[in-house]
Design a protein around this ligand. Sequence first.
Ligand code: SAM
Length: 266
Amino acid sequence: MDPAIKHNRAAWDERVRQRKPHTGPATDKDFENPRAVVDQCGWLEGSLEGKRVLCLAAGGGKQSVLFAALGAVVTVVDISPEMLAMDKRVAAERKLKVQTVETSMEALPMLGDGTFDLIIQPVSTSYVPDVLAVYREVARVAASGALYISQHKQPACLQAESFPAGKGYMMAEPYQRSGPLPPVVEGSRHREAGTIEFLHRWEDLVGGMCRCGFVIEDLLEPRVGNVQAGPGTFEHRSAFLPPFVTIKARRKEKEAKARLALWVPA
Ligand SMILES: C[S@@+](CC[C@H](N)C(=O)[O-])C[C@H]1O[C@@H](n2cnc3c(N)ncnc32)[C@H](O)[C@@H]1O
């Protein structure tokens, strides 16, 4: 296993033990209207009853159990045993069925070809060095016509300083870079302390998805910024540097082959 991925497994386990952000399970309120939580973009079609759903890098007892509550047949993949323990715990408490798989998001050999109708992935591709390896595996396990809804950290957000200097947030990291990003600056909320992260360029985040067999149907940038907030807060920074992007993509066999035939690697 890549050393950074191994490091991130321990880092996320520790974040769970310390109850850090993004490690909280679904609440009673979430269970009152699970669909509103799992379909914030309004992209899901029809009933989820019996739909085969893969929650990728989505441990923590949130998305998996909410999809299960909607009648879906759910598999949740995560690298962190502590995150998956919460899926198991909440599923048992709510008498829901969820299959948990401990593996890295780009290594899914235990999952069959074309076995999922819907794949959802919360913000997590920044924790692996090779986003295309993830897309190739998702394309393999997706059924033809399956939806792939994924969230990503947008590159500029990872390039810029955590806190403002002078008039704004300085661009500190070059766009064309490789290797892990510098460690998280104490107090920054757009990154997770203790983890190792990688910047993925748009040509990989979006272009790579197309080259791996998906057609992009929509793209949204969740509005979390507030220019009136105090300088240096997550909300203030997000008003200048939107932190996330959510992509709706569909697995299409024919288009994928045509695109791969046209694509000339740099
Ligand atoms: C921001 S959390 C998302 C999950 C959480 N339920 C949420 O909605 O906030 C990121 C998740 O990615 C997982 N993760 C990090 N690296 C991974 C990898 N290489 N493969 C699979 N999961 C990974 C972490 O353990 C963590 O559960």
